[in-house]
Each structure stands twice: as structure tokens, then as C-alpha cells.
Ligand binder design. Sequence first.
Ligand SMILES: [Zn+2]
Length: 270
Amino acid sequence: MNISTRESRTYRTQAIVLGHFEYGEADRILKLYSLEKGKFSAIAKGVRKISSHKAGHLEPFTHVNLFLARGRDLDIITQAEAINLMMGLRENLQRMAQASYVVEVLDRFTYEEGPNPGLFRLLTQTLGRMETHPNIETVIRYYEIRLLDLLGFRPQLFECIDCGEAILAQDQFFSPLAGGVACHKCGRARAEAWPIDKDVLRYLRHFQRSDWKVVAAIVIPEKIHNEMAAQIEAYFTYLLERRLNTPEFLRKIRGYGAKGTIPGEDERHD
Ligand SMILES: [Zn+2]
């Protein structure tokens, strides 16, 4: 056993690059979500010079192995080796915007509070699935439901949050305050609860109790899907006490698609 009283000066970690900003003449500060230490920031020196080999491995969404040296304020990235460059997420605007949404959600819900290996795995798997899966929407809705579990916000969808009765397959109410569904009777007494469509609830429940292997094949009808996404966004907004930035952008580029640039999107009415 290696007994040492001081921490090693260097260490390695596996991380997803959440984002970055330029610092000084040639440096970049990276925001990372890592397996071993959760969210943290680190500096990559000289990375904006043309000769830098590290740069390509430090783009947003990249799954990367990092070697770091402890610094006084920020740790310094000495080496970066991509595990998955997630090139598929950079090929078109829509996919990039969707990946930005996934990353924004995680970023907003987490602090520099230490590791959450389940969350790291979910993020890595989700970005990987988004590269290849034909139904990105299914990937994203599944991500949201699992994320709520991992953060301790798993909504109660099977019994009424007030009377405990089993929720029936009919239109109900959702209370963001209580974090779950209230039956038709109880829901009306809650000022903060909003109506939730029975089909949306059906999909939410199915996603919550199933693993990815089951969910992967599901294609949610568009009308239900849009409502489901809106319900989750509203719940996120409530939990975060402010709106996310990326959903608005996603809606804008979908509108662009409605003009005929993305096949199959022509029949949208909103
Ligand atoms: Zn009730």
C-alpha cells in the first residue's frame, strides 16, 4: 500500500467536455464533467496555437481521457486523448443543438459537488446514442427521465401524491411542487398543478419504469411527443427556478425545418 501524506501532483480522469471559453492569448478554460470528480473546470494552456495537438480532443461533447497537474487555482490539462470525439454530433445544426441541450441540462442541475458516476455514465451514453440512433427525441426524453432519478427528483407517476390512490388512465394533474401526479379529484385543489394528458403520462410512466433496451425502439407520435417535451421543460423550469436557454433555439431551428429543409417536417402546425 502506498502511504503518502500529500496528494499526488498529477492525476488522470475521464470526462465529457461541457464547454469552454477563451482565456488570455492562447489558453482555454474547460468546463468538464468527469467520472472521478464530477463537475470541475481546468485550464488548457497554449491550446489555441495552431501547433496544439490537444485542441481537437477538447471540443464540446468529446469524451476524453485527461492527464492533469494540480494548479493553484485551476488544474492544468497536460495531455488529452479522445475516447470518442462524438463527430456525429457536430455534423448538423439540429444534432449539435440537441447535444447542447443535453449538456445544458446537466450543467444547470449540477454544482462542483463531487462525483456522480451514474450521471457521468448517463451523459456519456446519451451523447453516444445521439450520434447513431434514428430517433434522437426518444434518446433525449429517456435521458431527462433518468436524470431526474439520478438527481433525486424522480416524479411520482403511479399513485396520487395526495390521496395515494392508483392513477387511472385519464387526464390528470401534475404538481411540480410535490413532484408528481395528483388524481382528478385532488389535482383541482392544488393551485400550482397543471393538467397532464393521459397519453403523455402513459409514455412518461413507460420511460420511467423501463430500461434503455425497451425504450430504444419506441417512436412517440409527434403530437404526444411535443406535449411530453413541454411538460418536462416546465418541470425543469420549476426545479431550476429559471428557463433553460437551448429549448428556444431548438424550436427556432425546427421552424427552419418546417420550410421544407428537413423531410417529413412539413406538416407541422404550431
Ligand atoms: Zn388523489
